[in-house]
Unconditional design. Structure first.
Length: 498
């Protein structure tokens, strides 16, 4: 009898908790005890969480509040005004300490992407300062980029020539080049395109990104549940077995650097610079934040953020240009006029407004980080007047901003001209376009990503003509799902332009 009374009280209190919403909480659908709205979320869109959020916002408004699980508040934000306000609000600059985030960092709060507070500020500042010194966003690494580009072009040329119909398969082709540029700064070395170990790491990284789900992956779940229930691990996209080889590889690279006994002047890559700082700090303060594990976790963040996003952007841009031959020809004309027989360089960039507009439009249409990296309320705060309780996960929907007909005429249409002034001579900055985020959590790799995206896409389009495979389907723009959006593997007929 006592047990039954206890059970009834427990059930009633759970129902009350599940249906009771905090004061001034944003409107949104209600869920069930224990699971909240989790089982129903994907009924709005079974495939893409950002689309589900857009549909929900049509019913409940631009700021929606939900419970995912027994007590986790999740806020979905879909209008430019609300997204911008949230990105610029320092009280929302936290990150959820989800199982996925912890698994990437030995179960601790390490790295840059998923840490907060002073630790984050210190590590982000150090990393940005030194990556900048090592060439991030500077023309000094343009030679390195051009070298990688040369290899990529050779690879595409060989593939095209070895096929009687000049058909090239573009699956995973850009990742090696993109990561090699970053790896030169991180470790001072590069990989061969065909190195099987490196290929394995890139595949593991891609699988981590593709098997995840940004909403489910952000919900804190108790460790014992994760340990004992594989289906829960699969549900949230926790792939420890794929993360471990990446960490091991980074650890071995660091050990290799430690054994080299470098002098001060030799520190020309991030690992050496970090190790130098670590040794200095350890001598002064044994509990310093500069540790071996933190270095591994920072590199894991850079490696994973850098590999998928930039190569994904290049892939989507090429797909758009295969599908729209007129735009491809117009871009080629501009590149020929401005660069003559040479490859486009960063110095040409300001004289290539149409090319720039094409790149912006491809990023707008295929927003590869549609929900940014999830934010987290470190204090009670507000968005558009609604109360956002401390510890809420906040999903900021960039895709909803980039596709909103209020800001963009016919947002589903790929139209580079929308980023240009009337006579097409100048790029117009649009306040509703910020693919790298805004505020203090702004993408750490923005300048490197912008330069790589520009140099690679522009050079490939100048060098080759990309056409659809005859009698085959057009390359698909439907993204592959995951923590970011990726392009589907595609094939194209590739011929050298004379
Ligand atoms: C076209 C390519 C890229 C796009 C569109 C992109 C976009 C983004 C976005 C939207 C965020 C989240 C901002 C927020 O949470 O408010 C982010 C964060 C981040 N990105 Fe990128 N990114 C790109 C390339 C890169 C590259 C190449 C790197 C590394 C070299 C990188 C490293 C990071 C890191 C470390 C963060 C987390 C920053 C923090 O939490 O403080 N990204 N990126």
């Amino acid at each position: 009898m006592i047990f039954e009374i206890f059970l009834t009280i427990l059930l009633v209190s759970l129902i009350i908790k599940a249906t009771k919403r905090p004061w001034n909480f944003p409107p949104g659908p209600r869920g069930l005890p224990l699971v909240g709205y989790l089982p129903f979320f994907s009924s709005w869109d079974p495939q893409y969480p950002h689309e589900a959020m857009k549909k929900m916002s049509e019913v409940y408004g631009p700021v929606v509040g939900l419970f995912m699980g027994p007590s986790q508040t999740v806020i979905s934000v879909c209008s430019h005004e609300a997204v911008k306000e949230a990105l610029l609000n320092d009280d929302l600059n936290g990150r959820p300490y989800s199982a996925v985030a912890l698994a990437r960092a030995f179960g601790e709060k390490l790295g840059i992407m998923f840490v907060t507070g002073q630790f984050w500020q210190e590590q982000r500042r150090f990393t940005m300062r030194h990556l900048r010194d090592l060439g991030f966003g500077k023309t000094s690494i343009e030679d390195q980029m051009m070298g990688e580009l040369g290899d990529l072009i050779k690879d595409i040329e060989n593939k095209s020539q070895s096929d009687s119909e000049r058909i090239v398969n573009f699956k995973g082709i850009f990742q090696v080049s993109v990561i090699n540029i970053l790896w030169a700064m991180i470790a001072g070395e590069r990989f061969q395109r065909t190195d099987p170990k490196f290929q394995q790491l890139l595949t593991a990284n891609e699988l981590i990104f593709r098997s995840g789900n940004v909403v489910r992956g952000s919900i804190p779940i108790p460790a014992f549940v994760l340990k004992h229930f594989r289906f829960v691990r699969d549900f949230i996209g926790l792939k420890t077995e794929l993360i471990e080889p990446i960490q091991k590889f980074i650890q071995e690279t660091i050990e290799d650097h430690q054994h080299r006994n470098l002098t001060e002047e030799d520190a020309d890559n991030f690992i050496d610079v970090y190790l130098k700082e670590m040794n200095k700090q350890k001598a002064e303060n044994p509990s310093t934040n500069f540790t071996n594990k933190q270095l591994i976790s920072t590199i894991t963040d850079l490696f994973s953020a850098g590999a998928e996003s930039t190569s994904g952007s290049i892939g989507f841009a090429i797909i758009h240009l295969i599908r729209d031959q007129q735009v491809q020809k117009k871009m080629q004309m501009e590149l020929d006029q401005v660069c003559g027989e040479f490859f486009p360089t960063l110095n040409h960039r300001s004289s290539l407004p149409y090319t720039e507009a094409v790149l912006m439009e491809a990023q707008r249409c295929s927003s590869i980080a549609p929900l940014t990296v999830p934010h987290y309320a470190v204090k009670d705060t507000t968005i558009q007047g609604y109360t956002i309780p401390k510890d809420s996960v906040v999903m900021l929907n960039l895709d909803a901003v980039f596709k909103n007909p209020k800001y963009w005429n016919e947002p589903e249409v790929f139209r580079p001209e929308r980023h240009l002034n009337e006579d097409g001579t100048k790029v117009i900055k649009n306040d509703h376009f910020y693919p790298f985020g805004l505020g203090k959590r702004l993408c750490l790799g923005e300048s490197l990503a912008r330069n790589t995206y520009f140099l690679f896409t522009a050079a490939l389009i100048k060098k080759f003509r990309f056409e659809p495979v005859p009698n085959g389907p057009l390359p698909s723009l439907a993204p592959t799902n995951g923590f970011t959006l990726g392009y589907q593997g595609f094939k194209a007929v590739v011929t050298l332009r004379s």
